[in-house]
Design a protein around this ligand. Structure first.
Ligand code: C5P
Length: 455
């Protein structure tokens, strides 16, 4: 890189061509743009990148965040959108390529879920189509940055929300890799992001971290004032002690005690390994990518994804409201995790399963439980009922994926057996099906998972 020049992302030849195709369509577009995105942090991050890049082109736009992109929604979009509008899908669309190919509109899809196929008419930007692992190496929001900076270098400023999106999909666990790592290195070179490695304790004080933060989750401690006070005292610390007040030796002691507790409660190796973590400080936001991600997540889980998007686009007034949502969000999670300690998921031969009241929280609880204290020899399925349907979220430790588990395929096949729909990644997936098919679905799921794991 010549002296004085800012670092950039480099792309493979095929990805570069596809990005240029997408950029050419956007540059020549003169009408309105409709942006559709998933409601979760990666959806919020990618929608924000998309909104910003469209705004920088001087185009009018409308963004819609939703739980899923199904055939009914596609019908609705088709009938309500004039053919001259450009359609931009982020964090969704790759499983609907056949239908999108038949739209009269120009369509760009930026998604990282397993693609149905490449497509003919649409411009399809999905890491899987370019030899990049969309589950771990690129999220929809980090991939969206690729297009955004191809269009205009000014869009680099959206790298913070993009990284927050990737953190939301847990792609930072064990450190960003592949495409994401290249993005972080370039962003750090541009002084947009700073990397810091240390114990993953996110609260203002060590006591706050252990008491209020669901990650890392210490069984019997987190969410309990008396027990947290006792542990902090035993560690020789005050309630007010902050992490940055400890010398390196004390930090190491604290980290080893935390690691020992996690190992004893049956946490996965990835959860224990991530006790020491690289965090990404976003200068423009004056917060870490994981903090921004947690704010997005709190908004979306409480049905306030629009607020999350406003926050991602830099609306300062949205920050205070989002922080209040985060407080409520954490309390709900901690209460449910405490309950799951007392009443763990029901074990079947190859899977474990629990039900919860809030449909938006099944995935969060399944993910945290699976990481920190459930039986990690089986994948976890959390379900909640809404409008006569069961919405199920599936999560698993990496060891099971290495052993052959693919939750996305398992959820898809089992759901199709009971007139439902499902899919997702090998490590995190979901399904929706009629409530009365619960038993049949679980039996089929248990069978498929057993087959995948060769049990
Ligand atoms: O809802 P949840 O966060 O558990 O979803 C996990 C993953 O499974 C997401 O990537 C989502 O797109 C996918 N999923 C799916 N079909 C469903 C439900 C979830 O493909 N019916």
């Amino acid at each position: 890189m010549p002296k004085g020049e800012l670092p950039d992302l480099t792309f493979s030849a095929s990805l570069s061509r596809r990005l240029e195709d997408a950029a050419a369509i956007m540059r020549s577009h003169r009408g309105f743009v409709r942006i559709f995105s998933h409601y979760d942090p990666d959806g919020i991050g990618s929608a924000a990148v998309a909104c910003q890049m469209v705004k920088n082109l001087g185009l009018g736009f409308q963004a819609t965040l939703s739980h899923k992109l199904d055939d009914a929604m596609l019908d609705e979009i088709r009938s309500s959108t004039p053919p001259e509008h450009l359609l931009l899908f982020t964090d969704m669309g790759s499983s609907k390529v056949s239908l999108l190919d038949e739209f009269p509109n120009s369509v760009i899809v930026i998604d990282h879920h397993q693609p149905e196929k490449e497509g003919q008419r649409i411009i399809h930007l999905n890491p899987h189509l370019f030899g990049i692992d969309g589950a771990r190496e690129a999220s929809a929001s980090t991939f969206s940055i690729g297009l955004a900076v191809t269009l205009d270098k000014a869009n680099w400023k959206m790298v913070g929300p993009a990284l927050a999106g990737a953190v939301g999909d847990r792609q930072n666990l064990g450190g960003f890799r592949g495409y994401n790592e290249d993005l972080v290195i370039a962003a750090a070179g541009r002084e947009l992001v700073k990397l810091e490695t240390g114990p993953n304790l996110k609260g203002r004080t060590i006591y706050d971290s252990m008491l209020e933060h669901p990650e890392p989750y210490f069984r019997g401690i987190t969410g309990r004032k008396r027990e947290t006070s006792r542990l902090v005292k035993w560690l020789g610390l005050e309630k007010e002690t902050q992490l940055n007040q400890l010398d390196e030796e004390k930090k190491r002691f604290l980290t080893s005690i935390c690691a020992m507790r996690l190992l004893r409660q049956g946490a996965t190796p990835e959860a224990t390994g991530d006790l020491v973590m690289t965090r990404y400080w976003i200068h423009d936001w004056e917060m870490y990518a994981d903090q921004l991600s947690s704010l997005f997540n709190s908004c979306s889980r409480q049905g306030e994804q629009g607020l999350g998007l406003a926050l991602a686009l830099g609306d300062k007034a949205a920050l205070e409201k989002a922080m209040e949502h985060e407080r409520v969000h954490r309390e709900f999670i901690l209460q449910n995790l405490r309950e799951l300690e007392v009443e763990p998921p029901k074990a079947m031969k190859n899977i474990q399963y629990f039900k919860t009241a809030e449909v938006n929280y099944a995935g969060v609880l399944a993910g945290l439980g699976a990481l920190y204290f459930f039986d990690n020899s089986k994948p976890t399925f959390g379900a909640a009922e809404k409008d006569g349907a069961l919405h199920l979220s599936a999560r698993a430790p990496r060891s099971l994926v290495k052993a052959g588990l693919n939750l996305g395929l398992a959820c898809k096949s089992a759901a199709e057996k009971v007139s439902g729909a499902g899919g997702g990644h090998d490590i995190a997936a979901g399904a929706t099906f009629p409530v009365d098919a619960e038993k049949k679905f679980l039996k089929e799921l248990d069978r498929i998972v057993g087959e995948q794991l060769g049990n």
